[in-house]
Design a protein around this ligand. Sequence first.
Ligand SMILES: [Fe+2]
Ligand SMILES: [Fe+2]
Length: 407
Amino acid sequence: MSAQLPREPSLLSMDVKTSKKIEINHRRNKELDHTELLDDAAKNFNYADCKDSYWNPEKFSLLHGTPLWDEASESQRVLLNQLYWVAYYSQIISAEIATIFFNQTSAAGLFGLNDFRGVCDMLDLESAQERAHINAFFTVSEKVEEEVFGQRIFSYDMRNPYAQTMIFPDTNKLKDVWRNVQLRSYAVLSSGSAFIASQYFTVRGLRTLNGKMVQQRLSQFYQKDPNKENLPIPSAISYYHYMDESFHFNSSCIIGHDVIRSLPKPTAFETLVGNMGILGCQKDHSNFSVVVNGLFWYEPALFESVYKILRSNIFNMCDREAKEMMRRCFCQENDAVHASFNTMELAIESYKKYLDPLDYVNQGNKDLALMRKMSIEKYLNTNKKAFQKFEVPAGYESNHRAQVVLS
Ligand SMILES: [Fe+2]
Ligand SMILES: [Fe+2]
Protein backbone atom coordinates (compact mmCIF):
# COMPACT_ATOMS: atom_id res chain seq x y z
CA MET A 1 0.00 0.00 0.00
CA SER A 2 1.43 3.34 -0.92
CA ALA A 3 0.65 6.33 1.24
CA GLN A 4 0.65 9.84 -0.20
CA LEU A 5 3.03 11.97 1.82
CA PRO A 6 1.56 15.38 2.61
CA ARG A 7 3.78 17.58 0.45
CA GLU A 8 2.32 20.57 -1.35
CA PRO A 9 4.14 21.61 -4.54
CA SER A 10 6.39 24.54 -3.64
CA LEU A 11 5.67 28.00 -5.00
CA LEU A 12 9.06 27.99 -6.71
CA SER A 13 8.35 24.76 -8.61
CA MET A 14 5.03 26.26 -9.74
CA ASP A 15 6.75 29.42 -10.94
CA VAL A 16 7.89 27.85 -14.20
CA LYS A 17 9.31 31.07 -15.65
CA THR A 18 11.63 31.72 -12.67
CA SER A 19 12.68 28.05 -12.44
CA LYS A 20 13.60 28.16 -16.13
CA LYS A 21 15.60 31.39 -15.63
CA ILE A 22 17.59 29.74 -12.83
CA GLU A 23 18.30 26.64 -14.88
CA ILE A 24 19.42 28.62 -17.96
CA ASN A 25 21.59 31.04 -15.99
CA HIS A 26 23.37 28.19 -14.20
CA ARG A 27 23.83 26.07 -17.34
CA ARG A 28 25.19 28.92 -19.46
CA ASN A 29 27.56 30.06 -16.71
CA LYS A 30 28.88 26.48 -16.47
CA GLU A 31 29.34 26.26 -20.26
CA LEU A 32 31.16 29.60 -20.54
CA ASP A 33 33.02 29.39 -17.20
CA HIS A 34 36.23 31.48 -17.38
CA THR A 35 38.01 29.82 -14.44
CA GLU A 36 40.66 28.07 -16.54
CA LEU A 37 41.39 31.18 -18.60
CA LEU A 38 41.77 33.23 -15.41
CA ASP A 39 44.05 30.65 -13.80
CA ASP A 40 46.25 30.56 -16.92
CA ALA A 41 46.32 34.36 -17.08
CA ALA A 42 47.46 34.56 -13.46
CA LYS A 43 50.14 31.92 -14.05
CA ASN A 44 51.49 33.68 -17.13
CA PHE A 45 51.48 37.22 -15.76
CA ASN A 46 54.84 38.89 -15.96
CA TYR A 47 54.88 42.60 -15.20
CA ALA A 48 57.86 43.29 -17.47
CA ASP A 49 55.79 42.14 -20.47
CA CYS A 50 53.17 44.85 -20.05
CA LYS A 51 54.73 47.54 -17.89
CA ASP A 52 54.72 50.13 -20.66
CA SER A 53 51.11 49.81 -21.74
CA TYR A 54 47.72 50.99 -20.62
CA TRP A 55 45.59 48.24 -19.08
CA ASN A 56 42.29 50.14 -19.01
CA PRO A 57 40.65 52.93 -20.98
CA GLU A 58 42.49 56.15 -20.08
CA LYS A 59 39.63 57.50 -17.97
CA PHE A 60 40.09 54.52 -15.66
CA SER A 61 43.38 55.72 -14.21
CA LEU A 62 44.24 56.52 -10.61
CA LEU A 63 43.52 60.20 -9.83
CA HIS A 64 42.34 60.81 -13.39
CA GLY A 65 41.23 64.45 -13.85
CA THR A 66 43.13 65.72 -10.79
CA PRO A 67 46.05 68.18 -10.97
CA LEU A 68 48.38 65.19 -10.50
CA TRP A 69 47.03 63.56 -13.65
CA ASP A 70 47.08 66.83 -15.61
CA GLU A 71 50.74 67.41 -14.80
CA ALA A 72 51.96 63.81 -15.06
CA SER A 73 54.37 62.66 -17.78
CA GLU A 74 53.30 59.95 -20.20
CA SER A 75 55.16 57.21 -18.31
CA GLN A 76 53.65 58.37 -15.01
CA ARG A 77 50.20 58.26 -16.58
CA VAL A 78 50.78 54.68 -17.72
CA LEU A 79 51.62 53.73 -14.15
CA LEU A 80 48.54 55.55 -12.80
CA ASN A 81 46.48 53.59 -15.29
CA GLN A 82 47.95 50.29 -14.05
CA LEU A 83 47.58 51.32 -10.41
CA TYR A 84 43.90 51.95 -10.97
CA TRP A 85 43.64 48.26 -11.93
CA VAL A 86 45.53 47.22 -8.80
CA ALA A 87 43.49 49.45 -6.48
CA TYR A 88 40.13 48.69 -8.04
CA TYR A 89 40.54 44.93 -8.00
CA SER A 90 42.04 44.96 -4.49
CA GLN A 91 38.66 46.29 -3.38
CA ILE A 92 36.90 43.63 -5.46
CA ILE A 93 38.93 40.90 -3.71
CA SER A 94 37.52 41.98 -0.36
CA ALA A 95 33.96 42.18 -1.69
CA GLU A 96 34.30 38.70 -3.19
CA ILE A 97 35.67 37.16 0.02
CA ALA A 98 32.42 38.33 1.63
CA THR A 99 30.39 37.10 -1.34
CA ILE A 100 31.78 33.56 -1.08
CA PHE A 101 30.76 33.38 2.56
CA PHE A 102 27.29 34.90 2.24
CA ASN A 103 26.55 32.82 -0.86
CA GLN A 104 27.00 29.83 1.44
CA THR A 105 24.99 31.10 4.41
CA SER A 106 22.20 32.27 2.12
CA ALA A 107 22.18 28.99 0.23
CA ALA A 108 21.76 27.27 3.62
CA GLY A 109 18.77 29.53 4.38
CA LEU A 110 17.15 28.87 0.99
CA PHE A 111 17.85 25.12 1.07
CA GLY A 112 15.53 24.94 4.07
CA LEU A 113 12.62 25.14 1.60
CA ASN A 114 11.51 22.46 -0.86
CA ASP A 115 12.86 22.61 -4.43
CA PHE A 116 15.75 25.05 -3.92
CA ARG A 117 18.55 22.76 -5.04
CA GLY A 118 18.90 24.56 -8.40
CA VAL A 119 19.43 27.93 -6.71
CA CYS A 120 22.04 26.48 -4.35
CA ASP A 121 23.95 24.68 -7.13
CA MET A 122 24.07 27.93 -9.09
CA LEU A 123 25.56 29.69 -6.04
CA ASP A 124 28.14 26.93 -5.49
CA LEU A 125 29.51 27.49 -8.99
CA GLU A 126 29.67 31.24 -8.41
CA SER A 127 31.62 30.82 -5.17
CA ALA A 128 34.19 28.60 -6.90
CA GLN A 129 34.53 31.20 -9.65
CA GLU A 130 35.09 33.98 -7.09
CA ARG A 131 38.09 32.05 -5.73
CA ALA A 132 39.64 32.04 -9.21
CA HIS A 133 38.86 35.77 -9.60
CA ILE A 134 40.52 36.55 -6.28
CA ASN A 135 43.59 34.51 -7.21
CA ALA A 136 44.03 36.40 -10.48
CA PHE A 137 43.59 39.84 -8.87
CA PHE A 138 45.90 38.94 -6.01
CA THR A 139 48.67 37.60 -8.23
CA VAL A 140 48.80 40.67 -10.46
CA SER A 141 48.40 43.24 -7.67
CA GLU A 142 51.14 41.78 -5.50
CA LYS A 143 53.61 41.42 -8.36
CA VAL A 144 53.08 45.02 -9.49
CA GLU A 145 53.44 46.50 -6.03
CA GLU A 146 56.47 44.35 -5.29
CA GLU A 147 58.23 45.40 -8.50
CA VAL A 148 57.26 49.07 -8.53
CA PHE A 149 57.30 50.00 -4.85
CA GLY A 150 58.79 47.08 -2.95
CA GLN A 151 55.93 47.41 -0.45
CA ARG A 152 52.15 47.18 -0.27
CA ILE A 153 50.11 50.19 -1.37
CA PHE A 154 46.60 48.86 -2.01
CA SER A 155 47.03 45.08 -1.65
CA TYR A 156 46.84 43.20 1.66
CA ASP A 157 47.20 39.74 3.13
CA MET A 158 44.22 37.43 2.76
CA ARG A 159 41.47 38.36 5.24
CA ASN A 160 38.36 36.68 6.58
CA PRO A 161 34.81 37.71 5.65
CA TYR A 162 34.22 39.51 8.95
CA ALA A 163 36.74 42.24 8.10
CA GLN A 164 35.47 45.58 6.77
CA THR A 165 34.37 44.94 3.18
CA MET A 166 35.57 48.40 2.16
CA ILE A 167 39.36 48.30 2.21
CA PHE A 168 39.70 52.07 2.78
CA PRO A 169 36.68 52.80 4.99
CA ASP A 170 35.67 55.62 7.30
CA THR A 171 36.29 53.64 10.46
CA ASN A 172 37.92 53.27 13.85
CA LYS A 173 38.40 50.36 16.29
CA LEU A 174 34.85 50.60 17.66
CA LYS A 175 33.26 50.73 14.21
CA ASP A 176 35.36 47.71 13.15
CA VAL A 177 34.07 45.70 16.12
CA TRP A 178 30.47 46.75 15.42
CA ARG A 179 30.78 45.78 11.74
CA ASN A 180 32.21 42.42 12.78
CA VAL A 181 29.20 41.81 15.07
CA GLN A 182 26.77 42.85 12.32
CA LEU A 183 28.34 40.50 9.79
CA ARG A 184 28.33 37.57 12.21
CA SER A 185 24.66 38.23 13.05
CA TYR A 186 23.75 38.47 9.40
CA ALA A 187 25.47 35.15 8.70
CA VAL A 188 23.41 33.42 11.38
CA LEU A 189 20.15 35.09 10.37
CA SER A 190 20.53 34.47 6.64
CA SER A 191 21.28 30.77 7.19
CA GLY A 192 18.05 30.40 9.16
CA SER A 193 15.57 32.49 7.14
CA ALA A 194 14.86 32.06 3.44
CA PHE A 195 13.60 35.64 3.23
CA ILE A 196 16.70 37.20 4.79
CA ALA A 197 18.81 34.89 2.62
CA SER A 198 17.02 36.09 -0.52
CA GLN A 199 17.56 39.68 0.53
CA TYR A 200 21.30 39.20 0.68
CA PHE A 201 20.98 39.06 -3.09
CA THR A 202 19.30 42.45 -3.21
CA VAL A 203 22.34 43.90 -1.47
CA ARG A 204 24.66 41.85 -3.67
CA GLY A 205 22.70 43.08 -6.70
CA LEU A 206 23.20 46.71 -5.67
CA ARG A 207 26.92 46.13 -5.27
CA THR A 208 27.10 44.37 -8.62
CA LEU A 209 25.15 47.19 -10.29
CA ASN A 210 27.92 49.47 -9.15
CA GLY A 211 30.57 47.04 -10.31
CA LYS A 212 28.86 46.67 -13.66
CA MET A 213 29.15 50.42 -14.32
CA VAL A 214 32.94 50.13 -14.17
CA GLN A 215 33.69 46.55 -15.15
CA GLN A 216 31.77 46.67 -18.39
CA ARG A 217 34.00 49.54 -19.53
CA LEU A 218 37.16 47.77 -18.34
CA SER A 219 36.18 44.59 -20.20
CA GLN A 220 35.52 46.46 -23.45
CA PHE A 221 39.15 47.56 -23.57
CA TYR A 222 39.98 43.91 -24.36
CA GLN A 223 36.77 42.89 -26.06
CA LYS A 224 36.82 45.63 -28.68
CA ASP A 225 40.49 45.32 -29.61
CA PRO A 226 41.04 43.10 -32.66
CA ASN A 227 44.62 42.51 -31.58
CA LYS A 228 43.75 40.52 -28.46
CA GLU A 229 46.80 38.27 -28.18
CA ASN A 230 49.07 41.30 -27.79
CA LEU A 231 47.02 42.95 -25.09
CA PRO A 232 48.25 43.04 -21.47
CA ILE A 233 47.15 40.08 -19.34
CA PRO A 234 45.39 42.33 -16.77
CA SER A 235 43.10 43.63 -19.56
CA ALA A 236 42.21 40.03 -20.43
CA ILE A 237 41.52 39.33 -16.75
CA SER A 238 39.09 42.29 -16.64
CA TYR A 239 37.25 40.79 -19.59
CA TYR A 240 37.14 37.18 -18.31
CA HIS A 241 36.00 38.41 -14.93
CA TYR A 242 33.21 40.50 -16.36
CA MET A 243 31.99 37.53 -18.36
CA ASP A 244 31.55 35.43 -15.19
CA GLU A 245 30.13 38.37 -13.26
CA SER A 246 27.36 39.01 -15.78
CA PHE A 247 25.89 35.64 -14.72
CA HIS A 248 26.30 36.54 -11.06
CA PHE A 249 24.39 39.74 -11.63
CA ASN A 250 21.59 37.76 -13.30
CA SER A 251 21.37 35.41 -10.35
CA SER A 252 21.22 38.35 -7.89
CA CYS A 253 18.28 39.75 -9.88
CA ILE A 254 16.53 36.38 -10.14
CA ILE A 255 16.83 35.60 -6.42
CA GLY A 256 16.29 39.16 -5.15
CA HIS A 257 13.39 40.00 -7.49
CA ASP A 258 11.74 36.77 -8.73
CA VAL A 259 12.43 34.02 -6.18
CA ILE A 260 11.25 36.35 -3.40
CA ARG A 261 7.70 35.92 -4.74
CA SER A 262 7.89 32.20 -3.93
CA LEU A 263 8.82 32.78 -0.29
CA PRO A 264 6.60 33.07 2.75
CA LYS A 265 5.74 36.71 3.52
CA PRO A 266 8.44 38.29 5.70
CA THR A 267 7.77 38.81 9.40
CA ALA A 268 8.22 42.30 10.87
CA PHE A 269 11.66 41.21 12.10
CA GLU A 270 12.73 39.88 8.69
CA THR A 271 11.55 43.12 7.06
CA LEU A 272 13.61 45.08 9.56
CA VAL A 273 16.74 43.00 8.92
CA GLY A 274 16.25 43.28 5.13
CA ASN A 275 16.03 47.07 5.39
CA MET A 276 19.02 47.23 7.73
CA GLY A 277 21.03 45.33 5.13
CA ILE A 278 20.15 47.87 2.45
CA LEU A 279 20.89 50.76 4.81
CA GLY A 280 24.32 49.26 5.54
CA CYS A 281 24.93 49.04 1.82
CA GLN A 282 23.94 52.72 1.41
CA LYS A 283 26.39 53.58 4.16
CA ASP A 284 29.22 51.73 2.43
CA HIS A 285 28.36 53.51 -0.81
CA SER A 286 27.95 56.99 0.64
CA ASN A 287 31.49 58.18 -0.06
CA PHE A 288 33.04 59.01 -3.38
CA SER A 289 36.67 59.30 -4.35
CA VAL A 290 38.96 60.90 -6.90
CA VAL A 291 41.66 58.27 -6.36
CA VAL A 292 39.47 55.59 -7.88
CA ASN A 293 36.55 57.36 -9.53
CA GLY A 294 33.37 56.11 -7.91
CA LEU A 295 31.99 54.89 -4.61
CA PHE A 296 33.30 52.84 -1.65
CA TRP A 297 36.54 54.68 -1.04
CA TYR A 298 36.79 57.06 1.89
CA GLU A 299 39.31 59.61 0.72
CA PRO A 300 41.11 60.39 4.02
CA ALA A 301 41.80 56.66 4.43
CA LEU A 302 43.72 56.81 1.15
CA PHE A 303 46.01 59.74 2.03
CA GLU A 304 48.81 57.48 3.18
CA SER A 305 48.76 55.31 0.05
CA VAL A 306 48.76 58.32 -2.24
CA TYR A 307 51.60 59.89 -0.24
CA LYS A 308 53.68 56.73 -0.66
CA ILE A 309 53.12 56.83 -4.42
CA LEU A 310 54.13 60.50 -4.69
CA ARG A 311 57.27 59.92 -2.61
CA SER A 312 58.29 56.85 -4.62
CA ASN A 313 60.88 57.08 -7.36
CA ILE A 314 58.04 57.25 -9.91
CA PHE A 315 57.03 60.77 -8.88
CA ASN A 316 60.13 61.74 -6.93
CA MET A 317 58.41 64.36 -4.80
CA CYS A 318 59.76 65.64 -1.52
CA ASP A 319 57.49 65.76 1.53
CA ARG A 320 56.42 69.36 0.88
CA GLU A 321 55.71 68.78 -2.83
CA ALA A 322 53.74 65.61 -2.16
CA LYS A 323 51.53 67.28 0.44
CA GLU A 324 50.95 70.36 -1.70
CA MET A 325 49.90 68.13 -4.60
CA MET A 326 47.56 66.16 -2.33
CA ARG A 327 46.01 69.37 -1.06
CA ARG A 328 45.27 70.43 -4.65
CA CYS A 329 43.84 66.99 -5.52
CA PHE A 330 41.71 66.44 -2.41
CA CYS A 331 40.86 69.82 -0.91
CA GLN A 332 40.00 71.89 -3.97
CA GLU A 333 37.37 71.49 -6.63
CA ASN A 334 38.77 69.91 -9.79
CA ASP A 335 37.46 67.88 -12.74
CA ALA A 336 37.93 64.60 -10.89
CA VAL A 337 35.74 65.70 -7.97
CA HIS A 338 32.89 66.50 -10.35
CA ALA A 339 33.39 63.32 -12.38
CA SER A 340 33.31 61.14 -9.27
CA PHE A 341 30.29 62.90 -7.79
CA ASN A 342 28.57 62.38 -11.12
CA THR A 343 29.28 58.63 -10.84
CA MET A 344 27.61 58.67 -7.45
CA GLU A 345 24.51 60.36 -8.84
CA LEU A 346 24.30 57.78 -11.63
CA ALA A 347 24.63 54.99 -9.07
CA ILE A 348 21.82 56.46 -6.95
CA GLU A 349 19.44 56.52 -9.92
CA SER A 350 20.25 52.94 -10.92
CA TYR A 351 19.87 51.71 -7.30
CA LYS A 352 16.50 53.45 -7.12
CA LYS A 353 15.21 51.57 -10.16
CA TYR A 354 16.55 48.30 -8.76
CA LEU A 355 14.81 48.73 -5.38
CA ASP A 356 11.55 50.16 -6.69
CA PRO A 357 9.67 46.87 -7.29
CA LEU A 358 10.41 45.52 -3.78
CA ASP A 359 7.38 45.98 -1.51
CA TYR A 360 9.13 45.44 1.81
CA VAL A 361 11.77 48.17 1.24
CA ASN A 362 11.03 51.32 3.26
CA GLN A 363 10.85 54.80 1.75
CA GLY A 364 14.21 55.98 3.12
CA ASN A 365 15.96 53.07 1.41
CA LYS A 366 13.93 53.42 -1.80
CA ASP A 367 14.95 57.09 -2.01
CA LEU A 368 18.59 56.28 -1.11
CA ALA A 369 18.25 59.06 1.44
CA LEU A 370 21.57 58.33 3.14
CA MET A 371 23.59 58.38 -0.08
CA ARG A 372 21.88 61.60 -1.15
CA LYS A 373 23.30 63.38 1.91
CA MET A 374 26.71 63.43 0.27
CA SER A 375 27.64 66.58 -1.65
CA ILE A 376 30.77 68.07 -3.17
CA GLU A 377 30.87 70.62 -0.36
CA LYS A 378 30.68 67.92 2.31
CA TYR A 379 33.34 65.87 0.53
CA LEU A 380 35.75 68.84 0.41
CA ASN A 381 35.13 69.81 4.04
CA THR A 382 35.76 66.26 5.25
CA ASN A 383 38.99 66.11 3.26
CA LYS A 384 40.19 69.51 4.47
CA LYS A 385 39.69 68.56 8.11
CA ALA A 386 41.38 65.19 7.71
CA PHE A 387 44.19 66.63 5.64
CA GLN A 388 45.08 69.17 8.32
CA LYS A 389 45.75 66.27 10.69
CA PHE A 390 47.63 64.32 8.03
CA GLU A 391 49.82 67.29 7.17
CA VAL A 392 51.09 67.87 10.71
CA PRO A 393 54.79 67.39 10.17
CA ALA A 394 55.66 66.74 13.84
CA GLY A 395 57.30 63.34 13.91
CA TYR A 396 55.87 62.45 10.54
CA GLU A 397 59.11 61.55 8.81
CA SER A 398 60.15 59.32 11.69
CA ASN A 399 56.72 57.80 12.01
CA HIS A 400 56.75 54.32 10.58
CA ARG A 401 53.22 54.62 9.27
CA ALA A 402 54.90 56.11 6.20
CA GLN A 403 57.68 53.74 5.31
CA VAL A 404 58.18 55.45 2.03
CA VAL A 405 60.51 54.44 -0.74
CA LEU A 406 62.86 57.36 -0.79
CA SER A 407 64.61 57.88 -4.03
FE1 LIG B 1 34.16 37.99 -9.20
FE1 LIG C 1 30.59 37.62 -8.52
